[in-house]
Write a protein that binds this ligand. Structure first.
Ligand code: PMP
Length: 353
């Protein structure tokens, strides 16, 4: 055996959803937005001066931070940006979860959390969701070294009311509470305003879902200046130039078009609500999702079979082969036409199985 192998850091990596090649397929497996980015983003992209790539980008991504500060009505020193919310979350684990006590996150949740915890050697506990897949608030009012959960939760789509989030933030003055709001713009109420009052609360959001820019890799966190300073210090100890120039320019353009944002997120919510009805008629049950996906289980046909049948039709959804959730499919809300194609297939398939 090569002797250096003894000193290699061993990790079990996160497995992202499949990104199949080609365009003759319906992709409802990674919660991307089915609509293009705002028109101003595409215009700025066409007009971009490539000669500017010669220089390093602004390490503070000031134009993007300024646009976000205006949109969320907070001072600029309350915003941290990164390469997708994965980068922001990873940085937040490294910065804030530095205690000997275990951090807490739900047993069924974003599967990257245990990966970062293992990578950074952070002890953790995973309180169980209740039988209806709800986060049990009381589980997060016990001793801990930090707290993180998505709201709405993934892959269930269930939203925790803001009063419960406030209770968790207020009940944990000794730890940082991170609310991962990747899916908050599809009908939930954000905890951003609570960060005005709680200095231990960090809210993380992304451009990947509600702003149709998963490929640009932009995420951000909002909290009190001291939290943001701590995050920035860790970032500058690792990689100063995280966001590239196009991401900074195009991200700022996206934030400025509030009308397009409202229109497209509204469309997704409308298509989601119609999809819930169709799924119920087809014999599926599901938690009442407030995200851009539905986590559905069929009353007769196993999820894995439906998943494979859909894949043969080039319709991709997500299946998690894990205890407690292996009876479910996570279906991203696509366009009306994409959902129609999904339902047309399901109607025939389920009749014959
Ligand atoms: N949080 C949750 C709950 C997610 O589902 C995702 C998407 N995989 C992310 C964060 C990360 O998204 P991104 O890095 O694209 O911002």
């Amino acid at each position: 055996m090569s002797r250096w192998k003894k000193w290699v850091r061993r990790v079990v990596p996160y497995v992202p959803g499949e990104q199949p090649a080609g365009t003759d397929l319906i992709k409802l497996n990674t919660n991307e937005n089915p609509y293009p980015p705002a028109p101003g983003v595409l215009k700025a992209l066409r007009e971009m001066d490539g000669a500017a790539f010669r220089k390093y980008p602004d390490p503070a991504a000031s134009c993007l931070v300024k646009a976000l500060a205006e949109r969320y009505e907070v001072d600029e020193d309350r915003i941290f940006v990164g390469v997708g919310s994965d980068d922001v979350l990873g940085m937040a684990f490294l910065t804030f979860f530095h205690s000997d006590k275990p951090i807490l996150f739900p047993d069924i949740s974003y599967s990257f959390y245990p990966v970062w915890a293992d990578l950074f050697r952070i002890p953790y506990r995973t309180p169980k969701l209740d039988p209806n897949f709800r986060i049990v608030k009381e589980d997060y009012l016990t001793e801990n070294g930090g707290i993180i959960f998505p709201n709405p939760n993934a892959p269930t789509g269930l939203l925790m009311p803001l009063v419960d989030i406030e209770e968790i933030a207020a009940g944990n003055p000794d730890s940082v509470v991170i609310v991962d709001e990747a899916y908050i713009d599809f009908g939930g109420e954000s905890a951003v305003r609570l960060t005005d009052r709680y200095d231990n609360l960090l809210v993380v959001q992304t451009f990947s879902k509600s702003r149709s820019m998963a490929g640009m890799r932009i995420g951000y966190a909002i909290g009190q200046p001291e939290l943001i300073k701590a995050l920035s210090d860790v970032k500058y100890s690792y990689n100063s130039y995280t966001l590239n120039l196009p991401a900074q320019i195009l991200g700022a353009e996206a934030v400025r078009d509030e009308e397009y944002f409202r229109k497209t997120t509204g469309q997704i919510v409308a298509v989601r609500e119609a999809a819930k009805q169709r799924l119920a008629e087809l014999g599926f049950s599901f938690p009442d999702s407030m995200a851009n996906f539905i986590f559905a289980s069929h009353d007769r046909v196993p999820a894995k079979e439906i998943f494979e049948a859909l894949k043969r039709e080039r319709i991709y959804v997500r299946y998690f082969n894990q205890p407690r959730i292996d009876g479910y499919l996570r279906i991203t809300v696509g366009t009306e036409q994409e959902m129609e194609a999904l339902f047309r297939f399901l109607e025939i398939y389920l009749k014959n199985h």
